[in-house]
Design a protein around this ligand. Structure first.
Ligand SMILES: Nc1ncnc2c1ncn2[C@@H]1O[C@H](COP(=O)(O)OP(=O)(O)O)[C@@H](O)[C@H]1O
Ligand SMILES: [Mg+2]
Length: 547
C-alpha cells in the first residue's frame, strides 16, 4: 500500500471530476467556456474603469467547437499570462472579499484544461496592456501532474487594439439552441449589465448585437475584511498563523471588520472562560494552540458584534435593471425592486427581484392613443429563446449571482426554492402545489454578495441559507403585489370593454325605435314600445348568456 500512496495535484483531481467545474457534457462545456471568458472580461473592464465592449464567436464542426472571446479590458502583463491560463487556482480575486464574478481562480484555466483533454489543443492568448508597443501572444496548456503552465509558443506581435485580451480555445463541444444556449446566456448577461455591448457571431455566421443602454459603469465595489461571524475554525487558525499583528488584540482589530478594541477584549474575555490555557489580549497570535483557537472561535459566536457594512455591495439598481429588461424583453408589464442589504454568516449580500408579465403577442385589452379601448389579437408564438413563458407554461426563472446568469442546476438553487415557496395564488396566479407558478411571465432574481455561497465550484446554484431565502421571498412578494394590482386593472379593462361593446351594439336599435315612437300615432306608438321592450329584453338575456 505504502508504495502506492502519491500526491494528487488539483489539476488531476479536476480533470477526473470535470463535472464539478461545469464541463460534464459537450453542450454545457461550450456554454461554460464562453461564460468563464466573458465573466473575466467584464470583471477586468469594470475593475479598470473601462466600458466593456466584448465580441464572442463560436464555431462548431462535427463535435469540435471553437470559442473566441475578445475584450477591450486593461490587458494582462506578459509575466502573468502563462499562470492565469495554465494553472488552476490562480487568480486575483480569491484572497480578497469583494463583489466580483469570479472568485476561485479556476474559471478560464479549467476551460483550457478541458480543451486540452478533449481535443489536445492549448489555449491561444493575445493580450496587450495600454502603453505597450506590441501585444503578447502565447499558446499555453497545463502540466496537470504539477499544476504548472506549459508554454508552447510565445511571441510579440502588432495588434490593432490599444489594450485588451483575446482568448481562443478549442474543445469537444455541442452547439445547441434553447434555454441553455450561448444566446440566452448572452441575452441575460445584457439584461443584468446594461453598460455592456456584445457582438456575437454564431456557428451559422449570423451576427447578434446587444447594445448598451447606459454609458454609466457600475460603481466599483469596495473590498472588505471578513466579518468574524462568517469565519470557520480552520480559516481562523490559518489567519492566526499568517497575521502580521503581534498581539491577539491587534489581530482581531486589524484582520476583521466590525471589531473594535472593546469588542475584541470582550471576545478574549469570553474565550478565557472556554479554555483552561491562558489567553490574553497580548498573546502572540502564532503561539496560540488549537484548543485556544477553538475557544476563540466559540467566543466569537457568543459575542454581540455589529452587523457588517453593506456599502461594499453594488446592486444593478432599479432603474438600470428596468432599462436592461426593456431593452432585451418584450412584455406588457415590468416591475423591479431592490431590497436593502443584509448578511448571512457575516457576509453582506443584497437581493433584487423583477417581474416581466404578459407577452405583447398575447391577446388582451389595451387603451389606444385616442383613449379608446381596443382588443388585441394574439400573434403567432415567439421563438423558444424568448425569456417569457407561454401562458400555459411554468414561468421562466432568470437567476443571477453578481450579475452573472445561472443557467444550470435550477432545482437546487435558493432562488427556485424561494419562488416555489411563495404563494402565488394569493396574487391571482395559477400555481400547482410546490411548483413554479404558471403564467406568461419571467421572474428575475439577482443575488449580489462579496462571497456568493455557490453549491459547487461550477457556480451554477446558490445555497439556500435562511437569510438569503428570506430576502428573496420579501422581494418576490413586493413585485407580486404590484403584479396583482396590474392584473386587477386588466380585468377591469376587460369588463369595461365588454360593457361598452354591448351598449354600442344595441344603441342603433334603440335610436331607431325612439325615432319611430316620435313619428307615430298612439296605437302605433304602443306597438313600437312593445317592440323596443323586446329589443331590450333580448339585449338583457344575451348579456347574461355571454360570459
Ligand atoms: N480577460 C482578462 N483580462 C484581464 N485579466 C484577466 C482576464 N481573464 C482573466 N484575468 C485574470 O486572471 C485571473 C484568473 O482568472 P480565472 O481563472 O477565471 O479565475 P477568477 O476569475 O475566479 O479569479 C483573474 O483573477 C484575473 O485577474
Ligand atoms: Mg473567472
Amino acid at each position: 500500500m505504502a508504495s502506492r500512496q502519491r500526491e494528487i495535484s488539483v489539476s488531476e483531481f479536476f480533470l477526473k471530476n470535470r463535472h464539478l467545474l461545469g464541463f460534464d457534457t459537450p453542450a454545457k462545456a461550450l456554454v461554460t467556456a464562453v461564460k468563464e471568458a466573458v465573466d473575466n472580461a467584464l470583471d477586468a473592464c469594470e475593475e479598470a474603469g473601462i466600458l466593456p465592449e466584448i465580441s464572442v464567436e463560436v464555431s462548431d464542426r462535427s463535435g469540435k467547437s471553437r470559442v473566441i472571446v475578445e475584450d477591450n479590458g486593461p490587458g494582462i502583463v506578459e509575466g502573468q499570462i502563462a499562470r492565469i491560463f495554465g494553472k488552476l487556482l490562480y487568480g486575483s480575486k480569491f484572497h480578497k472579499l469583494s463583489q466580483s464574478r469570479g472568485q476561485q481562480g479556476m474559471g478560464i484555466s479549467a476551460a483550457g484544461m478541458y480543451g486540452q483533454l478533449t481535443v489536445g489543443k492549448p489555449l491561444h492568448i493575445i493580450s496587450r496592456v495600454n502603453g505597450e508597443k506590441l501585444a503578447s501572444e502565447m499558446h499555453v496548456s497545463i502540466d496537470t501532474a504539477r499544476n504548472q503552465p506549459d508554454i508552447h509558443r510565445k511571441k510579440q506581435l502588432k495588434w490593432d487594439r490599444p489594450h485588451g485580451t483575446r482568448v481562443e480555445m478549442e474543445m469537444e463541444g455541442h452547439y445547441q439552441k434553447g434555454p441553455h444556449s450561448v444566446e440566452v446566456y448572452l441575452k441575460q448577461t445584457a439584461i443584468a449589465n446594461p453598460h455592456l455591448s456584445i457582438t456575437y457571431k454564431d456557428p451559422q455566421g449570423q451576427e447578434l448585437h446587444f447594445v448598451r443602454s447606459t454609458k454609466k459603469l457600475p460603481p466599483r465595489p469596495a473590498e472588505i475584511k471578513p466579518h468574524p461571524y462568517g469565519i470557520e475554525l480552520g480559516r481562523l487558525i490559518q489567519m492566526l498563523n499568517n497575521t502580521k499583528s503581534r498581539t491577539l488584540l491587534g489581530f482581531l482589530v486589524d484582520e476583521f471588520s466590525c471589531v473594535g478594541r472593546k469588542t475584541a477584549l470582550k471576545i478574549i474575555e469570553i474565550a478565557g472562560t472556554h479554555s483552561d490555557r491562558k489567553l490574553s489580549d497580548r498573546s502572540h497570535p502564532r503561539h496560540i494552540a488549537h484548543v485556544q483557537a477553538a475557544a476563540l472561535h466559540k467566543a466569537i459566536q457568543k459575542t454581540r458584534i455589529m452587523a457588517p457594512r453593506t456599502d461594499c455591495i453594488v446592486p444593478i439598481g432599479e432603474k438600470q435593471l428596468l432599462d436592461g429588461l426593456h431593452k432585451e424583453l418584450e412584455a406588457d408589464f415590468f416591475t423591479v425592486t431592490t431590497r436593502p442589504a443584509a448578511a448571512y454568516r457575516g457576509n453582506p449580500f443584497q437581493v433584487e427581484v423583477a417581474i416581466a408579465y404578459g407577452r405583447p403577442g398575447g391577446a388582451g385589452v389595451e387603451v389606444d392613443a385616442t383613449g379608446h379601448l381596443r382588443k388585441k389579437q394574439a400573434e403567432e408564438p415567439p421563438a423558444a429563446e424568448n425569456l417569457i413563458a407561454q401562458k400555459d407554461e411554468p414561468v421562466r426563472l432568470l437567476r443571477f449571482a453578481n450579475r452573472v446568469p445561472l443557467l444550470y442546476q435550477q432545482a437546487s438553487c435558493a432562488i427556485t426554492k424561494a419562488v416555489t415557496q411563495t404563494n402565488w395564488r394569493g396574487y391571482g396566479l395559477h400555481q400547482p402545489k410546490g411548483s413554479l407558478p404558471v403564467a406568461p411571465m419571467a421572474i428575475l432574481v439577482h443575488v449580489a454578495s462579496v462571497w456568493v455561497p455557490y453549491t459547487s465550484e461550477s457556480k451554477e446554484a446558490i445555497e439556500p441559507y435562511p437569510e438569503i431565502l428570506k430576502e428573496i421571498k420579501l422581494g418576490l412578494q413586493e413585485c407580486a403585489r404590484r403584479l396583482a394590482h396590474h392584473l386587477r386593472h386588466q380585468t377591469q379593462l376587460h369588463q369595461e370593454y365588454d360593457r361598452r361593446t354591448y351598449i354600442e351594439k344595441y344603441l342603433p336599435h334603440i335610436g331607431a325605435a325612439l325615432q319611430d315612437i316620435l313619428a307615430l300615432s298612439n296605437a302605433e306608438r304602443d306597438s313600437t314600445v312593445r317592440k323596443l321592450d323586446d329589443v331590450l329584453h333580448i339585449s338583457r338575456t344575451t348579456q347574461r348568456a355571454e360570459p
